[in-house]
Design a protein around this ligand. Sequence first.
Ligand SMILES: Nc1ncnc2c1ncn2[C@@H]1O[C@H](COP(=O)(O)OP(=O)(O)OP(=O)(O)O)[C@@H](O)[C@H]1O
Length: 427
Amino acid sequence: MMMQMLVISPTLSLISAMIVPCMVLVVTFLGQELRKISKEAHVSIAALSAYLNEVLPAILFVKANNAQSCENTRFKRLALMDYNARLKKKKMKALIPQVIQAIYFGVLSILCAGSLMISRGSLDRYSLVSFVTSLLFLIQPIQDVGKAYNEWRQGEPAAERLLAMTRFKNKVVEKPDAADLDRVTGDLKFCDVSFGYNDDMALVLNALNLHIKSGEIVAIVGPSGGGKTTLVKLLLRLYDPISGCILIDNHNIQNIRLASLRRHVSVVSQDITLFSGTVAENIGYRDLTTKIDMDRVKHAAQTAHADEFIKKLPEGYKTNIGPRGSTLSGGQRQRLAIARAFYQNSSILILDEATSSLDSKSELLVRQAVERLMQNRTVLVISHRLETVMMAKRVFLLDNGKLKELPQSTLLDGHHKDSLLSSGLVI
Ligand SMILES: Nc1ncnc2c1ncn2[C@@H]1O[C@H](COP(=O)(O)OP(=O)(O)OP(=O)(O)O)[C@@H](O)[C@H]1O
């Protein structure tokens, strides 16, 4: 097409060629603007979603604190920001095709130049008609390229956000030759373990040593922020120690496949995690992607004193418990979490403040369920509650990154017990 135009009239071809760079400049500028606006729109919707995810599950707390109007204002501000960002993007998207249409003014200018050349006798009218027809055939592809370019610029921020997520590096790396452990007895050793979250932060754990024998129950108390949960995170290999190692049955956990390691450790924490789904799916969560064994689910529920309330639910084990198990009471949620740990049947159990304040009947049921769960396992209890701590054979104080064993007398002796209570380490 271009060759044909060049043969018909080099002068008109030159004028047309000058229009194209102008269009490219305009389209590039608009593309950059659209990219900026699209990025703003992505950020605003992300902020709104994060806000709703945080506030909606906590609506009870919001209402109890009379904070509806404050949250309403925050919601409106974020929604308005999102609305404005989207409107700006829509306006830009509507403007761009109109600007690209301006290319037809270029054709008009060619017509004017062609008419001038005809009047001077340097071009005949058939050639002009032929030239303009060829030019019109070229316009559509140019417009299409412009549109495609703008679509690309618009999608770029979303693609960038996705790529940024894929660039997140795993904090721990599984060795290619890591072993699968079928069974473990639960002998647990922390050997000279040091860990800090950041280089510029003080060590949370400092050359810490602890040996928990298979089947032993050990409790850890300590001030808030002392590093108790960090110890659990290291055991589950959410992070690796800066130095030292953790051994299970004398195998360094860094040589065990992550899935295998985590299969042998169950965590029951006060901060219960339940998902929207049936009771059975929440108890048999570990087998969600394979096949949940319903006999094991029922047995786990019975042992955890959960069977009684599950049977009363509208569809029993098939009842959907709503987002985060919102249709259940605190005690029922705890018993479901304990039933899940029974189902998992791991050799090592972590109880992280698993028995929180409930009414006395619920607390008794939860306590009985926890006591049953502790049998024949290695148990690491992290607690501030004296009754929970008293279940342990040995108690350690974690402070300043170091562990110090508290002699039994500290717990049994009334005077020491009082000093432990008054220190705020246990309640
Ligand atoms: N992901 C993280 N990034 C940076 N610092 C963290 C992170 N998690 C915890 N910390 C810090 O590490 C320290 C130990 O936290 P950790 O949660 O282990 O304490 P804890 O003893 O379990 O406290 P609590 O009894 O209050 O639950 C704290 O100072 C905390 O601020």
